[in-house]
Design a protein around this ligand. Structure first.
Ligand SMILES: Nc1ncnc2c1ncn2[C@@H]1O[C@H](COP(=O)(O)OP(=O)(O)OP(=O)(O)O)[C@@H](O)[C@H]1O
Ligand SMILES: [Mg+2]
Length: 243
């Protein structure tokens, strides 16, 4: 993506030129299972500006998914503050958060969580139906995205009958159907062959260009990581720039 590289401000003392779209301040997150506590993120800071594209890379278990979930308001941090478009989402109640998420954030999960008994089209229409949009409007939007993703012939199929790669594309379509300002994706090309991965890369680049969509993408795929402007990893439970 051809936008000028950001200066990579990533710390409490960074002086942003304009308020960042995403600001995470002093985030810590741990999990306690059977009396044992694992600290995953600790004193993590990051600023991400509108329109930036970021790849999060690194080995299994370093906290990439946890980071994405805290950023995307799916997990609450133990400490610290997450601000999205100036709104302190850590202070929001669950009901308010759910609505905020539905309009503002698109997710592609590591395990895609499609609704197996529903059709491809219904799965992609779901966020709009939940938001109370008119059925015909959301149907048009869902169809046009699915056609762009090469799934025109699969609209009426139940998603359980689709291949793994097709399901992954449906999950991406569902994530962007509401035109979120921020797309968070966890291994969006994990099950795809090279041809289909390239198609997803192109599509993400187009979304960034057309809608200035900000993207944070966890990936083990070096080609996809190269499509993103900034590359980051988690070291000592904090987010750091790579390279
Ligand atoms: N809900 C949870 N309960 C307990 N431990 C958890 C939970 N979620 C994550 N962890 C632990 O936190 C650590 C980081 O997990 P995370 O899923 O964020 O890693 P990751 O970098 O996404 O790994 P991968 O590349 O394998 O997906 C791991 O040790 C994991 O076991
Ligand atoms: Mg993960």
């Amino acid at each position: 993506m051809d936008r000028e590289k950001s200066t990579g401000d990533c710390g409490p003392e960074a002086g942003p030129d304009k308020l960042p779209l995403i600001r995470m301040e002093n985030i810590s997150k741990s999990f306690t299972t059977n009396g044992t506590t694992v600290s995953v993120l600790d004193s993590l800071w990051v600023d991400i500006h509108e329109g930036e594209t970021i790849a999060i890379v690194g080995e299994s278990g370093i906290g990439k998914t946890t980071f994405l979930h805290v950023l995307g308001t799916l997990e609450r941090p133990d400490k610290g503050r997450v601000s999205l478009a100036g709104a302190d989402v850590t202070a929001m109640k669950n009901a308010e958060l759910a609505s905020f998420r539905n309009h503002f954030l698109g997710f592609v999960f590591q395990f895609h969580y499609l609704l197996p008994e529903f059709s491809t089209l219904e799965n992609v229409m779901m966020p709009g139906l939940i938001a109370g949009m008119k059925r015909v409007e959301i149907k048009d939007a869902a169809e046009s995205i699915l056609m762009r993703m090469g799934l025109k012939e699969r609209l009426a199929n139940r998603v359980v009958d689709l291949s793994g790669g097709e399901q992954q594309r449906v999950a991406l379509a569902r994530a962007i159907v509401m035109r979120p300002k921020i797309l968070l994706a966890d291994e969006p090309t994990g099950n795809l062959d090279q041809k289909n991965s390239s198609q997803v890369h192109e599509f993400l680049a187009e979304l960034n260009r057309e809608f200035d969509m900000t993207m944070v993408v966890v990936t083990h795929n070096p080609r996809l990581a190269d499509y993103m402007e900034r590359k980051m990893t988690i070291e000592n439970k904090r987010l750091v720039e790579v390279g």
